[in-house]
Design a binder for this molecule. Sequence first.
Ligand code: B12
Length: 210
Amino acid sequence: MADFNKLADAIFKGDVAEVVATTKVLLNDGATPLEIVNDGLLAGMNIVGPKFKAGEMFVPEVMMSARALGEGMRIVKPMLSASDAVSVGTVVIGTVAGDLHDIGKNLVVMILKSGGFNVIDLGIDVPPEKFVEAVKEHNPQVVGMSALLTTTMAAMKQTLDAMTEAGVREQVKVIIGGAPVTQKYADEIGANGYASDAILAKELCAELIG
Ligand code: B12
């Protein structure tokens, strides 16, 4: 019998070997790749998010879970049919200028990808003009910006201004995140949304694209 809970638990524990083994057993038992993603892999990450927020899990553990998620995804991704891989939309994302933190941004990328989004990751220390170029080149529905320093939050506003100046602001929804960022700040600078974790970021993207 397919045991999605076992897979979710292995993700939560960051147990790569168990994730790989259980994913294979589930596939053998007839579970669909999409069921494995939603009911096993992402269900596991859904346990991790709140526990991390509550201070019951720490960064290295979250990274282990994220790595385990990646390994599970590697097995099922090629099997997801075109219709399964609901290409819900394209998201351009990056850590803003002056900021080198990318652990959280990478989690967001991973969760978005596993949710079927086409993600263009611009990396860290991304200047406003690079965001603008990426919007022109990839025509995304959503642009995501991450900042972990109070000093680099200002770069989010500068990026929004650069997008307005380049005439591309209206064609995308802009979302922001990172530990010091708040909904209030998002409202202040005129971003379209804010999310406090990767799971909520995915939900927000889906909602904005809706
Ligand atoms: C790891 C870390 C580092 C690593 C970064 C490694 C890496 N590859 O990312 C290193 C050692 C390089 C580093 C360097 C520095 N750091 Co540092 N760092 C941290 C630390 C410990 C953890 C951050 C982290 O990864 N959290 C875990 C992730 C999962 O959480 P998260 O990033 O918040 O992401 C989640 C959400 O915010 C959201 N999210 C994130 N991005 C986005 C984007 C979008 C669009 C959305 C919707 C959501 C979203 O989803 C994520 C997943 O759930 C924090 C302390 C802390 N507890 O936050 C300090 C911290 C952020 N660092 C700090 C500082 C000061 C620095 C340095 C200036 C230190 C120095 N003097 O050199 C440098 C700055 C370098 C630079 N220019 O960026 C301060 C910032 C203080 C402030 N208020 O500005 C902190 C808060 C530590 C402290 N208490 O003083 N740091």
